[in-house]
Write a protein that binds this ligand. Structure first.
Ligand code: ZN
Length: 215
């Protein structure tokens, strides 16, 4: 696949690839081809040699984290996220990915809010910001704040169309642990055959997503 030099750098710099990292383009093209062919190990090796020539580039760090996550190399992925965050502490993608690196609730919120503010400045919402909502939910759950965790999962499910079935499973599981009055509606969940409003599920889902987009 050709990399579009005029698309936004996925590494969170807020610039088009052509202006933020033109020298990364041939490397990114090669990596994309390898990843499409599911040659993840080879892609990681190529990435490491690209990094030696072009150290600490946000788009390469971003690509490396994506590849490491693909091969379930979670510890190494966290290590690279930490490096990305240290080298680029104002970058919204680095900040959003650093949310899941801390177990401290206040620190997690601080990173999330900075990531959110940086996204607003760039007028872009990176997918990593939505993923960070799930990280916040995990941290709140670990700290015993289940209602707060559920709230963040609900927001994540409303915004992240690609993942809302996965998140809905978690919301369902959470709901079953809470007292009835604190449970949340499951409007966005997959609707089985025979549900009375089955033919209107798309309309309901759109409403739900629209509500969160307006926040
Ligand atoms: Zn870039």
């Amino acid at each position: 696949m050709e990399i579009n030099a005029y698309s936004l750098c996925p590494g969170g710099t807020g610039k088009k690839i052509k202006f933020c990292c033109p020298e990364c383009i041939p490397h990114l093209e090669k990596l994309t081809r390898m990843a499409e062919g599911e040659q993840y190990k080879a892609a990681l090796a190529a990435l490491e040699s690209a990094e030696r020539a072009l150290p600490d580039k946000p788009c390469l760090l971003h690509a490396k984290i994506r590849l490491l996550d693909r091969v379930n190399a979670w510890e190494e992925s966290d290590r690279v996220k930490q490096v990305f965050f240290e080298k680029h502490p104002d970058n919204p993608v680095a900040l959003a990915q650093a949310v899941g690196l801390t177990e401290d609730v206040d620190e997690a919120f601080d990173r999330f809010e900075k990531a959110w503010a940086a996204c607003r400045r760039q007028e872009t919402v990176y997918p990593e910001l939505l993923e960070a909502l799930e990280d916040i939910a995990d941290i709140l759950e670990q700290n015993g704040a289940e209602c707060g965790a559920l709230h963040f999962l609900r927001v994540a499910a409303g915004l992240d169309e690609g993942r809302n079935e996965v998140i809905a499973d978690r919301v369902w599981e959470f709901n079953s642990r809470l007292p009835l009055i604190l449970r949340i509606p499951m409007e966005f969940c997959p609707v089985g055959a025979g549900t009375p409003w089955e033919d209107r599920k798309e309309e309901v889902r759109r409403c739900w997503i629209f509500r969160f987009r307006r926040l």
